[in-house]
Design a protein around this ligand. Sequence first.
Ligand SMILES: C[C@@](CO)(OP(=O)(O)O)[C@H](O)COP(=O)(O)OP(=O)(O)OC[C@H]1O[C@@H](n2ccc(N)nc2=O)[C@H](O)[C@@H]1O
Ligand SMILES: Nc1ncnc2c1ncn2[C@@H]1O[C@H](COP(=O)(O)OP(=O)(O)O)[C@@H](O)[C@H]1O
Length: 336
Amino acid sequence: MTAACRRVTASAPAKTNLVLHVGSPSPDGYHPLETLFVAVDLRETVTVTLDPALARRDAGITVTVEPAPGSEYARMVAEGSARLADVPLDAGNLAVRAALAVCEAFGAPVPGLRVHLRKAVPVAGGMGGGSADAAAALVAVNDLLAGHLGAAPLPAERLARLGAALGADVPFMLLGGAAIGRGTGTELTAVPGPSGLHFVFVPQDQGLSTPAVYRQWDAEHTVANAASGTGSAPDPVPAEALEALAVGDPERLAARVRNDLQAPAIRLLPELEGLLNHGVDLGALAGWVSGSGPTLCFLAASGTAARNLAGQFAHERRHALAVAGPVPGARVEARG
Ligand SMILES: C[C@@](CO)(OP(=O)(O)O)[C@H](O)COP(=O)(O)OP(=O)(O)OC[C@H]1O[C@@H](n2ccc(N)nc2=O)[C@H](O)[C@@H]1O
Ligand SMILES: Nc1ncnc2c1ncn2[C@@H]1O[C@H](COP(=O)(O)OP(=O)(O)O)[C@@H](O)[C@H]1O
């Protein structure tokens, strides 16, 4: 890019966890995971614009947000079943934190940045929308500052480390595709997965707090750990799940989907269980709570089956999004 570039737009995907195995928490309270991430074609878009007039005001960064035009999330906001106000518009916004982290990594003062989020991913749903905003902001600000400063862009490994400090899912949103995540999900091993799997997300009207779901997992495992005197490590992602993903076989994959956070999420929101069964009755190959929930994710046999399933949910006046994956991670979409 040239030094004249003032604005960069980047996008990053949402995710679901096809497998999410949870181990006993370490002393810092974090739970070790063995998870199989897949990135899907529901993308957050972040536009970062240089604005020198902002450089001396507040932290030098402003953030604005709008629902992505034409998205299901925009319809949810319009009818009041989702609130844009749930997205923080201060220094707590993950995209703002990402932008600051990149400036610091370049050793540069914040040049004045306007960050605009176009959200398609419902908030606090277990699809990693905030993490996608962070990943897209990391990529956009890296590209913008490299041009502005005439410096080499930060390498991918450096961006991944900055991302891991912002949230456990951010490195995967940078990488995209499909990957095993270990540790808290930040230690990634990419795995083969041809595009062409089809899913339906069914977001809920209320969010679930990730810490609350992990606390509920703790409550359900205390007795077991106390009895054994030791904590447990998470089970590895089964080879059968990886093989089914590698050949793009939804029927075989359906038999291997597992999320240890599903039971605690259902304990906190019991109506999820009936809805999961309902999705399978409507023809889904499998249904699970996406990450820490409460969005439900269903695996469909084909793109047509996914569109039909989403249509049936819509007919029942539920929000439903047919998506496909795996898809690429965060990337620059436009410069101007
Ligand atoms: C569950 C997962 C699965 O991919 O994502 P989501 O489905 O929420 O998007 C992740 O583990 C979400 O990790 P992360 O993005 O760091 O969670 P945050 O919403 O920031 O919440 C952080 C809080 O959740 C708890 N936490 C988080 C991760 C982890 N491995 N163990 C934990 O105990 C801790 O209480 C921590 O303080
Ligand atoms: N850019 C952002 N978009 C959405 N939520 C954000 C953002 N930045 C910070 N947050 C905070 O992160 C929380 C979790 O958001 P999100 O990433 O959408 O959920 P999840 O981790 O369940 O996928 C929100 O409740 C909000 O307080």
